[in-house]
Design a protein around this ligand. Structure first.
Ligand code: ACM
Length: 267
């Protein structure tokens, strides 16, 4: 299976251009599954809820669906690939920092960010959807978004539900995630694709955010299979064998899921 990411440099508010730029990047690659960054169509730093609402789109059902998801589905059909991507979602009065997994036949996965980071708490509603696993053929994938990396319960829940590959649209600003995802992969014996963005936004005076790039793919043994550079747009496609994520043994006597001592853990 060929999986990968696009590390993009979106321009805040230029939704149509950001979407077309990403699709152009995807069209140069041959892959089965690609991951785009968090909020890849809108940019990240909303000044207030009203601004986020104006850029947010409905994901819900076909009839109401916004232009970004429709365009991603069309591109997935043209390019014969699955695409995971983050975008601001509007659902009635609520706004979520969401991600979708789309394929040629439509939306097959939808997730709302559970762990909001810093100023996001003033803009978005907290995710209210369970962590779920979707099938692409025989391969099982699960979505999480950016700061969810800090909470090992997320990757663990997805692994317990059978995910072989974690799809991780991101807009990282702290330096720690690229060094943490190898551990998330190792402790769950899963692949993970983190797609980050680059560039700086300072749409709120004194609150400059520089996105760290370093998108990466990690494997079930904890190896970094590829890491993108820090300061520029980039892409990567790697051939992996997803079956490697089905062996949960770290030694013949140690199974990372069955050896858990849930009788001793705090909930
Ligand atoms: C983040 O969750 N976008 C840092």
């Amino acid at each position: 299976m060929k999986i990968g990411f696009l590390q993009t440099r979106p321009v805040f508010g230029e939704t149509g251009k950001n979407v077309e730029g990403a699709i152009k990047g995807l069209s140069r690659l041959e892959a089965d599954l690609m991951v785009l960054p968090e909020l890849f169509n809108s940019g990240y730093q909303f000044r207030d809820k009203a601004e986020a609402r104006g850029l947010a789109e409905e994901i819900g059902e076909d009839i109401d669906r916004g232009p970004t998801v429709k365009r991603l589905i069309e591109a997935a059909g043209d390019l014969n690939m699955f695409i995971a991507a983050g975008l601001p979602e509007r659902d009635g009065k609520k706004i979520y920092n969401s991600a979708v997994l789309v394929g040629p036949n439509g939306v097959s996965g939808h997730y709302r960010k559970a762990h909001l980071f810093a100023g996001e708490k003033k803009i978005f509603n907290k995710g209210d959807m369970p962590f779920t696993v979707q099938k692409i053929g025989k391969v099982r994938v699960g979505l999480m978004i950016c700061f969810d990396w800090l909470f090992p319960e997320v990757t663990r829940t997805l692994a317990l539900k059978g995910a072989d590959i974690i799809l991780h649209p991101s807009n990282l600003v702290l330096p720690n995630c690229p060094d943490s995802m190898p551990v998330r992969s190792l402790e769950n014996r899963v692949f993970a694709v983190t797609a980050n963005r680059v560039g700086t936004e300072e749409r709120i005076a004194g609150e400059s955010l520089t996105f760290i790039g370093k998108s990466q793919i990690t494997g079930p043994t904890g190896r970094i299979l590829h890491r993108a550079p820090r300061g520029r747009a980039a892409s990567c496609v790697l051939e992996i064998d997803p079956r490697a994520a089905r062996d949960k043994h770290i030694t013949p006597a140690n199974h990372v899921l069955k050896d858990r001592r849930t009788d001793l853990y705090e909930n």
